[in-house]
Design a protein around this ligand. Structure first.
Ligand code: PRX
Length: 570
């Protein structure tokens, strides 16, 4: 297969020479950008906001926000005051203390960012929840983390089963006319003091807890610590290529790791102007957003790019997108044809980046000063050692497919799976390699090429969904005896969720039943977790120990050989 190469432009990038940066890298040098390297006193919110005010940048815009009904901008000084007030509300009205888990469950609005920074200023651990989660998804996460407080809106509060969550002490509502049983954020915020004594932490203290899916078991809580900021900061320099005057837009929601690491921490640690788009995706809305704020650096995802591509090139003519200077993508394989299209219509090379919730920040990426080989994820971040290893942890030579692994110990590596040490340990081989669950190979020149997931994790429209969570929900439906869920390749969404279902005695197949089951998952778990396709089967393929063989379901679906069937019951 011929690889398309997009040559690097000869511009003044922060990372001019990749090989030199790799050779000279030392995390200790990067620490020197922060006062905590000497004082030992660390707090992410301080480094993101207050530090810039202390350095005379208080009047610079920190946040531009726009949705259909609202447009607001806030300076770094405004953000400092807003996060102080939020911290006071949470401390005084919801008793939040250092180390508590505080969940944030609301749509993207400026107040989400105030509350998140306020939570961090108290030294509590933030747990972001995607706004589309329904009751079961919310309950599982709050229960597992023993969350003390959740911040939400009146629309969403009904999905929080407070009576079943003994550790949940307060529900804080950011809305108008808040019923008395809840903490009324806006009213308390108006009265709150504008100053706050930031809680100083240690670099190994907790920062954020992101729940993410694997192929087995319930979603797991991936814990990151304060020191992760070294990766957020330096990748903002090397990968996002932040310069003082950049206006940056990351289209990801903070319910997912991209929306926090790169929608909050990285831009603000680097003191650039950050943009947040509220509301839903629409091609016109997105191009308009870039034009309105003169976005210079844009971080988005393959599904969004494919949807923009599908919307046609005529729309692009209507907007002035000339402010853009650097475009990046994350979350799923970036098809060479999308790179080609974007190069044609935007005159930009799209830089793919690879990383995961567990890695906390960029791991393998395309740097602006480097040629892009379309289809490759690029090369490891300076300071990160990557390799392709076999199941015993032996490194494989170039062009051999194997486990994409990272040498343990980079600053943004997850420190724990919440309450689940065995799960955490299961990520590592020989206590040396973190194994990603992705298969890949490395070419002779050190570029990495993604091949697929090793496990059954589904990536649909850039969102990571565990088949087990969906299967568990499906079997709660009275008609469902057994369910197996797989990802089916899809030209726009990467994969869609497909469920195979064996019905209970007395139920008949019908389109209405399919629709009802879909709705059941949508309303019980989350819209993005509902199967787009359902097939009814008399029986599902299982191992003798009763485990659904998703591999066989996938083979049925794709008309492939099913492989070794020796463990299958007859
Ligand atoms: O399979 C890889 C895929 O997304 C997985 C991680 O998902 P999540 O933890 O939700 O984080 C997504 C955003 C950081 C990976 O194991 N993935 C991520 N980036 C890429 C990718 N697959 C192909 N190419 C990428 N650039």
């Amino acid at each position: 297969m011929k690889v398309e190469i997009y040559e690097a432009l000869n511009e003044n990038y922060n990372l001019a020479n990749y090989d030199e940066a790799v050779k000279n890298h030392n995390w200790k040098d990067i620490e020197k950008n922060f006062s905590w390297s000497e004082t030992g006193k660390i707090n992410m919110a301080y480094e993101c906001i207050d530090r810039h005010v202390d350095n005379g940048k208080g009047d610079k815009i920190a946040l531009h926000y726009k949705d259909q009904d609202r447009q607001d901008s806030y300076t770094y000084k405004d953000m400092q005051v807003a996060s102080n007030k939020a911290a006071n509300v949470l401390k005084n009205n919801a008793a939040v203390e250092k180390g508590d888990r505080v969940f944030i469950f609301m749509p993207r609005k400026p107040e989400l960012y105030f509350a998140l920074l306020g939570t961090l200023k108290i030294g509590a651990i933030v747990g972001p929840l995607f706004e589309a989660f329904m009751e079961k998804a919310v309950k599982d996460r709050l229960e597992n983390s023993e969350a003390k407080v959740i911040i939400t809106t009146k629309d969403l509060v009904g999905r929080i089963p407070k009576d079943e969550l003994p550790h949940l002490e307060h529900i804080v509502i950011i809305d108008e006319d808040v019923p008395e049983e809840y903490v009324d954020f806006n009213t308390e915020y108006e009265k709150a003091n504008e100053t706050f004594d930031i809680e100083w932490l240690d670099k190994e203290d907790g920062l954020i807890l992101h729940y993410t899916s694997g192929s087995t078991g319930q979603p797991k809580g991936v814990l990151h610590v304060q020191e992760a900021m070294l990766v957020h900061y330096i990748s903002g320099q090397y990968v996002l290529d932040f310069k003082e005057d950049d206006v940056y837009w990351c289209s990801a929601d903070p319910g997912w790791v991209t929306g926090t690491s790169y929608g909050i921490f990285s831009p603000w640690l680097n003191g650039v102007t950050n943009c947040v788009a509220g509301g839903r995706f629409s091609p016109d809305g997105w191009y308009d957003f870039i034009q309105t704020f003169n976005v210079t650096v844009w971080y988005t995802a393959p599904t969004a790019l494919r949807m923009l591509m599908g919307a046609g090139d005529d729309i692009i003519e209507k907007y002035d997108l000339s402010s853009l200077r650097h475009v990046l993508s994350v979350g799923e394989p970036l098809n060479p044809e999308v790179i080609k299209w974007a190069h044609k219509v935007f005159n930009h090379r799209i830089h793919d980046t690879w990383w995961m919730t567990e890695t906390g920040g960029h791991m393998i990426v395309n740097y602006p000063s480097m040629d892009i080989r379309a289809g490759s994820m690029g090369k490891p971040l300076p300071g990160v050692e990557a390799a392709i290893v076999d199941d015993q942890g032996n490194e494989l030579p170039p062009n051999r497919m194997g486990n994409l692994a990272l040498k343990k110990g980079w600053p943004s590596m997850m420190r724990a799976v919440w309450n689940n040490k065995p799960k955490f340990d299961s990520y590592f081989i020989n206590d040396e390699w973190y194994v990603s669950g992705d298969s890949a190979y490395k070419d002779e020149d050190g570029y990495y090429w993604f091949q697929g997931r090793v496990d059954d994790v589904i990536m649909t429209a850039g969102e990571r969904v565990g088949p087990f969570e969906i299967e568990s929900k499906l079997v709660e439906h009275p008609a469902v005896a057994e369910a197996g869920v797989i990802g089916k390749p899809d030209p726009v969404r990467g994969e869609i969720i497909k469920a195979f279902i064996a019905l209970r005695e007395g139920y008949e197949e019908s389109d209405e039943l399919k629709e009802e089951i879909r709705k059941f998952v949508k309303e019980g778990l989350a819209g993005h977790a509902a199967p787009r396709e359902i097939d009814f089967k008399d029986k599902l393929p299982k191992t003798r120990s009763g485990k659904i063989m998703r591999r066989v379901l996938k083979a049925w679906e794709l008309d492939l050989p099913a492989g070794d069937l020796s463990t299958m019951e007859d």
